[in-house]
Design a protein around this ligand. Sequence first.
Ligand SMILES: Cc1cc2nc3c(=O)[nH]c(=O)nc-3n(C[C@H](O)[C@H](O)[C@H](O)COP(=O)(O)OP(=O)(O)OC[C@H]3O[C@@H](n4cnc5c(N)ncnc54)[C@H](O)[C@@H]3O)c2cc1C
Length: 281
Amino acid sequence: MRIVHNLDLVNYNSYKLHSIAETAYFPESIEEITEVVTHEHPIIIGGGCNVILTKVKYSQPFLFIRDNYSGICQHEEKLIVKAGTDLKVLSEYALSHSISGLEWFYDIPGCVGGATIMNAGCNGGSFGDLITRVTFFDVDKGIVTALPKEDLHFEYRGNIFSSMNVVILEVELSLRKGTKEDILSLMESNKANRWSKQPRDFPSAGSVFKRPKGLFVGPMITELGLKGYRVGDAMISEKHAGFIVNVGHATGNEILELIEIVRKKVKERFNVELDVEQRMI
Ligand SMILES: Cc1cc2nc3c(=O)[nH]c(=O)nc-3n(C[C@H](O)[C@H](O)[C@H](O)COP(=O)(O)OP(=O)(O)OC[C@H]3O[C@@H](n4cnc5c(N)ncnc54)[C@H](O)[C@@H]3O)c2cc1C
């Protein structure tokens, strides 16, 4: 297993925040994962595309589940995917095998484990819609176990794992046959549509807030005149007010401060409590 000391996390989080991990583990097997998790109580990171690093330096170790623990196994339209597999790589694999269902995940940055924990999704549905089984290490019980979809209780950006201490190891996805032309066309149109609305020219971690039922966060923040509002180098995107972007050398604490300002103003004006989707570490 690769172990790196004093790793600058700038290339391991999509906000591009600088922060040092005193120890970072890159396991390649279930045995290595369970060993580190059992003895070190690490912070688990996949693609780092939905996290805010709030510390300058972490003495708590990091465990990375990304390309060091990735792979796809296919049984017709069923894919068994390791948690570190990149969503773009996965959707490109599906395209090349004429398997439909993952077109929406082509443009959602991150890995399969992170997408499972977050139940990532967009207009086209959520990752949990495709999942039929998840294998994970239950840290509190110290066992590797698997649960079928019925027991996972997927909901908007959540599931049974939200209240558990687990490492996602493997996910089974039930997909369907498609034609390469249709799959590619949906992947590309979805990507073009998203890029036309989202600030892809600056680092971010996607939507900051969960969508309150029946409401849209971006328009509320826009109405407050907060587009372009900054704390240091953390800025409410001028393109999409639901995103905070790093326009230079933002810190996690600047992002947190900006989030609190937005939450306070939204509460005052609209009487709506915004929940943060991104995970603060
Ligand atoms: C430009 C941009 C656009 C985005 N658009 C969307 C969108 O449309 N929809 C959407 O839902 N999200 C979106 N996101 C957010 C992000 O892409 C998703 O939440 C994605 O699923 C995060 O995956 P990750 O591997 O990067 O997770 P990470 O950020 O690494 O981790 C997220 C959480 O999952 C935990 N975790 C990660 N892997 C594991 C594992 N194997 N076992 C246990 N816990 C784990 C982490 O501890 C953390 O709490 C966007 C982000 C960006 C930068």
